[in-house]
Ligand binder design. Sequence first.
Ligand code: PLP
Length: 400
Amino acid sequence: MPVNQLFSRDSDNFRPSAIRAFARLINDPNIISFAGGVPSPETFPAEMLAEIAAEIIRERKAVALQYGPTRGLPGLREQIARICAGRGFTASPDDIIVTTGSQQALDLIAHTFLDPGDVVLVELPTYIGATASFLARSADLAGVAQDEDGLNPRSLREVATQLIREGRRVKMLYTIPNFQNPSGRLMTQARRPEIVALALELGFLIIEDDPYGELVYTNQADTTPLRAHDAENVLYLGSFSKILAPGLRCGFLVAGQAIGRKLEIAKEAADLCSGMLDQSIVEEFCRRGALPAQIERVRSFYRGKRNLTIQALERHFGGRASWTSALGGLFTMVTLNGAIDTASRIAVAIERGVAYVPGGPFFVDGSGANTMRLTFAKETDDRLREGIARLADLFNEETS
Ligand SMILES: Cc1ncc(COP(=O)(O)O)c(C=O)c1O
């Protein structure tokens, strides 16, 4: 029997990532890359991690090199509970499950809640890794509009009520309120309780994904999570990837007891437990009190790059495009004036030594062709300036 007759129905809905396809390009030194979305290795506290890793492997091998609890190391869960308190909401260590990056939390949630045809509400645009997890369970995705203040509650009500009226099962809203990937937007605090109340009224969960909330470059940004407004209906996802190092694959989810228990069993089936060496290292890093200074370092590393990128955009794209202010996180999203398809220009861009991610794949409704996601995480200051100038030349003819 041909092997493709053996694949599951869900596997028809597996989607390769449109962003990872660009990963090859971002390591070519001849290309100035605004593509990819990975943190700069310069922010990784390698020396301290090396020292902690050596100590842990020698002295705590019975924990760090052994299988461990599915929910994660108790000491790390206590540290995470403190991190949550610092972000403005209460989580008991018993409410926390350590995951293999927050990506695993997305997959476990999708597996646990979604049947084929269930609807997940997502922001326009949204993170492709999350939509891949939802699609892999054969869910349908419905887009909700954003504006400068983040997810628009009026659009949320309209889209959700229409679907419910049509008899669709709207299971959850997936949102990235703090410095969203890909748009870089921050949802205002005024909107957060309204969105939480709406989800309760219409009967769906909120999946709050918050890997960028600590990467904040201004005093004016209030990143208090939606979870602070409701501990039952909001599942909170955090990650050490952007504040420490993604190779540690250490993320976490916060959920109440009933949901947490289901997710824990799903995780047992997925991997028994996440890496104990990774968790031991992160726990020790936090226990030494090193995280706040690390976060400060990460912020100051990106703050300058963000400022420089926005200035270069003003200089080269003023009047020809708009872009999000990216007061935190790793991305700004540029919308070009006019009907330009950024995907159609990528091959020429690469010939000219500059790369970006076309915005279209981030929009589940097929819009966004004239947008592109730029990350300021990777390049040196000079190359960031030069790269924006090259992009401006590239789009010059169409936008002027
Ligand atoms: C919004 C969002 N969620 C989740 C992830 C996955 O992160 P992790 O490394 O914690 O799995 C990313 C990674 O870029 C992301 O941008």
